[in-house]
Design a protein around this ligand. Structure first.
Ligand SMILES: [Fe+2]
Ligand SMILES: [Fe+2]
Length: 190
């Protein structure tokens, strides 16, 4: 199977826009909870479920493959790549831990609200700063590689499953999150 690098980069950039929207929702909810508002953890729980089934399972592996291509084709553009694996691993581990904490809390286990809020906001900051690095630096290096003629990745194992939330065929398991997104977008326009 071969894939066009430009199309992959478009998908990755769109994923980042979607994740930015979701991180803003986590942040808003977490701050509301911290301030003692009548919010619950449902929105954060739903977002973290999505994070573990799409960004962790599809977006980051797709990037890993793209960066490996960049490193092989243009080693001169591969400085600082050790951080990528570390970042992806930390984001995944911290996301899973947060998701498990939220699931336990909703099943009745006692977990301090401030612990959950702190973990949620740390996750937001970590993923935001990672995405910013990619957009301002790594994706541009890939643009450069493509602009100079290296435009195709040939790889039978390239991960390219559709997005179950923002994709053309969204899955019913994310219906509640879709509603939260619509409400959040409506609220931000009023
Ligand atoms: Fe990444
Ligand atoms: Fe990314």
């Amino acid at each position: 199977m071969s894939d066009e690098i430009k199309r992959i980069l478009d998908e990755l950039r769109q994923d980042h826009k979607n994740m930015t929207l979701l991180l803003n929702m986590i942040e808003r909810e977490a701050n509301r909870i911290y301030e003692g508002g009548d919010s619950d953890f449902e929105v954060i729980q739903d977002v973290m479920h999505y994070m573990t089934v799409y960004p962790d399972a599809v977006h980051h592996p797709k990037e890993d493959r793209l960066y490996a291509e960049l490193k092989a084709a243009r080693p001169d553009l591969a400085a600082g790549f050790g951080r990528i694996t570390r970042d992806h691993r930390n984001i995944c581990e911290n996301g899973l831990r947060l998701r498990d904490e939220l699931d336990s809390a909703s099943a009745g286990s006692f977990i301090r609200r401030k612990t959950l809020v702190g973990d949620a906001l740390r996750y937001v900051n970590e993923l935001r700063s990672h995405m910013q690095w990619e957009e301002l630096d790594l994706f541009r290096r890939c643009d450069e590689m493509a602009a100079e003629g290296h435009v195709i990745i040939i790889d039978a194992n390239l991960v390219s499953h559709g997005d179950p939330l923002f994709g053309e065929r969204n899955h019913t398991e994310f219906n509640r999150l879709l509603k939260s997104i619509e409400q959040s977008l409506t609220a931000s326009h009023t």
